[in-house]
Structure formats: C-alpha cells, structure tokens
Design a protein around this ligand. Structure first.
Ligand code: GDP
Length: 333
C-alpha cells in the first residue's frame, strides 16, 4: 500500500465515504438503492438476489438535490457517497462480512412489518464487531394500513399527513422493535422510509452524509473485491499505469493498470453500459480495472498498489495473506 501525497484535511481532499447496506432478505435493500438512484436493478436480477457486491456512486450534487427540502444548509463537504450493496442470501455470509468491513457507515434495513429477522441480528453483530456506525432504515412505512403517500417527502412532513390510526400503528411497531432488542442499550438513529414512494429518503441521505463527513478519514490503502476486474477503491488514488498486485489462484498476480473505468454516476457497476475512462481516480469509487493477467484473480481479496518505495516481494506476500484469511473463513462456514 502506498500513501500518495501526505493527506491534508482540506475539503477538496476529503474522500467519499463508503456506506454499505445490510439487512434481512426482502427488507428492501435493492429497492432502496433503486429509489435513491432512480433506476431499477431489482427487477433485472435473477430471483431478486444480489449475486455479488455491487457499488453505486452518488455525487454530491445528487445528494444536495434530494435533500434540499430539509433545508439543512450545512455545506456538503464530501465529493459524494459510495454505496456498496451486499448480497442478501444466507449463503453469502462470507461476502457480506467482507462488505461491512469496508464501510465507514452502514444502513441497516428493517422491514417495519416484520421487525427483527435472523439476518438483521447477524448484521447487527457484524456491525458491532467492527465498530461500524449505522443508521436503521425502517422500511416499507407505506404498508402501514391507511398510509397516505407523500412522494419523496422528508419523513416528519409525511408523518404529519397521516391519520391517528397510522401514527398509532407506527408507534406500536416501533416499540416492538425495542422489546425484541433488549441487548442493545444505545440510541439508534431510526429513519422510517419507503423505497416505493420515497418518504424518508431525504432524511436518510442527509444523515449519512452529515455523519460521515465529520468522520473522514485517512488516505492510504487500496482494497479490491468482486470478480476479476471490479474493485472498490476504499482509500487513496489509483492511476493508469500503476503497478498492482492481486491475489491469484496460482500465486500473486503482478500487473499494470491499462485502463481505469467507471460507469456514469448513478449507474451501478453491475449494469452494463458505456464506461468513462480516467487517468486517475480518487477513493471511494467502484472501478473497473483493465489489466493483463487478472483472469485468475480471487474475488474478495485485496488489491495492492506498488509504490516507489515498496518492496514488490513484501507486497506479493501480503496479497497472498488475504487469500488465507478468505479461505479460513470459507472453511469455518
Ligand atoms: P432485498 O432482498 O432486501 O434487496 O429486497 P428488495 O429490494 O428486493 O425488496 C423485496 C420486496 O419488497 C420487493 O417486492 C419490493 O418491491 C418490496 N419493497 C421494497 N421496499 C418496499 C417499500 O418501501 N414498500 C413496499 N410496499 N414494498 C417494498
């Protein structure tokens, strides 16, 4: 790993925070992302399960636009927000734990009609283990009986429009959550949301950005995952021509970045389309790297950049350490 220039805490230099989205299957993780992004990945997916980690970049302008009704005049200091979408099926525990390890903050999605479910608990444990802050999106509020739709509205405004019965049902379901969750004594930020009609989405975005931009972040390590060439750049800067090392089936793969590609903002890496080429890319970003020899790279392991002062042999060794940790986790599960 290398540090590029000494990190300076200027606004221009803040990297984009990374947020992962977790929760039980069918709570609406994909739909929530779609709602923020204004696309529909969910319906394009076989069986509706996110098969591998996808990543979506939300530029600051987009966040500003979506939160303007909240009149939170605090300046948006980060260049954007990278949201990593984690697979929702139980057999993906391994990948999922990888996902939460990358994150500065998480959204834990809970279906208000179902409350706590097995993977909610599993996610909570992972988040606790890794000391990751999280916001609870209490999703599907539109399913409360008699809910009056207030499209894309801040949640307090939407709540004011609701009948007494709806408000009562809401409080009842919220209280149930507390009872089921005795173990956790802290205060959570719970944002009621609807991924269908968009209530509460402005609040969610604002909370994410406010929290993370007050907690940003040294600039150093590069870590990769996905299949052969999709990586999430967690920290630091990548350049075309950089020498990189990734963990491969038959040993470390040393190669040179031929092209650095991203999708247009707001599209997801998994969605096919045209790519933007970059001379360099700053974290955090979902990136496609084109380089020779990546066919045998192992998904979920780290990607290392060889800096001028780095010993190639040390880095090759470090990259293979990653494989050991991935394999040992597979063995256990
Ligand atoms: P995931 O498995 O957590 O990614 O869940 P999905 O995003 O695939 O959503 C599961 C189902 O719940 C789909 O049928 C969605 O259309 C539906 N759904 C998701 N969010 C909401 C919501 O806020 N309100 C309602 N009524 N349905 C939702």
């Amino acid at each position: 790993p290398r540090s590029d220039a000494p990190p300076q805490e200027t606004e221009e230099n803040l990297r984009s925070p990374i947020c992962c989205i977790m929760g039980h299957v069918d709570t609406g993780k994909t739909k929530l992302l779609d709602c923020i992004r204004g696309t529909n990945v969910q319906e394009g997916e076989a069986g509706g399960i996110t098969q591998r980690i996808g990543a979506t970049y939300f530029p600051a302008d987009n966040i500003r636009e979506r939160t303007k009704e909240l009149k939170a005049d605090a300046k948006l200091k980060v260049p954007g927000l990278l949201v990593v979408d984690t697979p929702g099926h139980e057999s993906f525990t391994n990948l999922r734990s990888r996902g939460s390890g990358l994150c500065d903050i998480a959204i834990l999605v809970v279906d208000i009609m179902h409350g706590l479910e097995p993977q909610t608990i599993e996610s909570l444990n992972l988040l606790k283990m890794r000391n990751t802050e999280f916001i609870v999106a209490l999703n599907k509020v539109d399913r409360l009986y008699g809910w009056k739709v207030c499209r894309n509205s801040p949640i307090q405004k939407a709540m004011k429009q609701q009948s007494k019965d709806v408000k009562n049902e809401f409080s009842m379901r919220l209280t149930q959550l507390y009872y089921n969750n005795r173990e956790m004594g802290e205060t959570f930020s719970i944002v009621p949301t609807s991924a269908i009609s968009g209530e509460g989405i402005p609040d969610l975005l604002l909370l994410l950005v406010h929290w993370t931009q007050n907690n940003v972040l040294e600039v150093k390590v590069v870590e990769g995952h996905g299949t052969t060439i999709d990586v999430v750049l967690v920290n630091g800067v990548l350049h075309e021509g950089d020498q990189i090392v990734v963990c491969g089936m038959q040993g470390p793969i040393v190669t040179t970045i031929r092209a650095l590609l991203t999708q247009h903002p707001m599209k997801e890496l998994r969605v096919k389309g045209t790519y933007l080429h970059h001379k360099q890319i700053k974290a955090a970003q979902g990136i496609k790297i084109a380089a020779q020899g990546l066919e045998h790279a192992i998904a979920g392991t780290g990607l290392y950049v060889v800096g001028a002062d780095d010993e190639l042999e040390d880095i090759k060794e470090a990259s293979m350490e990653d494989m050991k940790s991935v394999l040992s986790r597979i063995d256990k599960s």
